[in-house]
Design a protein around this ligand. Structure first.
Ligand code: KIV
Length: 307
């Protein structure tokens, strides 16, 4: 029960009554709960989870409603991925996504979270071209996303990015790195292919991962890399939580594109995705099933979803 502060208020108001006051006919989000049911996620808590071996769950979200539903379903981390280029904008790759578009979606997601539980850790992708020029350009772009509500920014690539990661982290911006298949460089890679299959490319992946951890990256997305390498890296990188997508079940956590795991991929479903909607009665139910499956090690299945 809520007690309005007005001295004239004679009656107590329930949360349902407050929700009714805010209702619109257009998918209204509930008003902010005065008492979230979970402690908000933080960088130290994510590191604690990594240390004690509790799997970290992450999903993409691009708008207020899906972000609020994912948060309520127990996802610990929400990624405003530049995959929104394909999912929301109908682009053929992430290369065309602008910083302004990322800012718009980051604001939408954080508004949705603030209207619900607001417990998830929020990561926003720095889009193609927004950090490639210089460290100074990277911090200007990262500031736009942090001021839009992100807690952390993600950037792709190794080697040349190490200095940028160090520069951002030193200035108080948490960074998630992204190696393996890096979609922003799809044209250079020659397609969406598994990375790190040759001894030389696996060695480069290892070197870049260690350099990024040393530069201060506290998370590392490993996309479409052989499960054995991802597991080895997870055991080696004690200060950086690996988050796999098509990297087997040995990583510290998992991420999927929300629309893919809800069966809304209208093209060919990637090998590393499971459709959690098939056995669920609702979107929230599907996300809860994903969280449970990642936590208890049932997803991903190395014999089906990995290389
Ligand atoms: O943009 C995105 O959604 C991503 C995930 C695939 C990790 O980077």
């Amino acid at each position: 029960m809520l007690s309005p502060h007005s001295a004239h208020a004679m009656t107590e108001v329930t949360l349902d009554q407050v929700a009714a006051l805010h209702a619109t006919p257009y998918g209204t989000l509930p008003p902010a709960s005065p008492m979230p049911s979970r402690r908000p996620m933080s960088l130290p808590r994510l590191q604690e989870m990594r240390t004690r071996g509790e799997k970290i769950t992450m999903l993409t979200a691009y708008d207020a409603t899906f972000a609020a539903v994912a948060d309520a379903a127990g996802v610990e981390s929400i990624l405003i991925g530049d995959s929104l280029g394909m999912v929301c904008q109908g682009l053929s790759s992430t290369v065309g996504v602008s910083l302004e578009t990322m800012r718009y979606h980051t604001e939408s997601v954080t508004r949705g979270l603030n209207r619900s539980q607001a417990t998830a850790w929020v990561i926003a992708d720095l889009p193609f071209g927004s950090y490639h020029e210089s460290k100074e350009q990277a911090i200007r772009s990262a500031s736009v996303l942090m001021q839009a509500g992100a807690h952390m920014v993600k950037l792709e690539g190794g080697g040349w990015t190490t200095e940028t990661v160090h520069f951002l982290v030193e200035r108080g911006i948490p960074v998630c790195a992204h190696l393996g298949l890096t979609p922003q460089t799809v044209h250079a890679l020659g397609g969406y292919r598994v990375q790190g299959k040759t001894e030389a490319s696996a060695e480069l992946l290892r070197r870049h991962s260690h350099e990024l951890q040393d530069a201060g990256a506290s998370m590392l997305v490993l996309e479409m890399v052989p499960q054995q390498i991802a597991t080895e890296l997870t055991n080696e990188l004690l200060h950086c939580a690996t988050i796999g997508i098509g990297a087997g079940n040995g990583t510290a956590g998992q991420v999927l594109v929300l629309h893919d795991m809800l069966g809304l991929n209208l093209g060919k479903m990637p090998k590393f995705v499971r459709n959690f909607m098939t056995d669920a009665g609702s979107v929230r139910g599907a996300i809860e099933a994903y969280v449970a499956a990642v936590k208890n090690g049932n997803f991903p299945d190395n014999t089906v979803h990995a290389w």
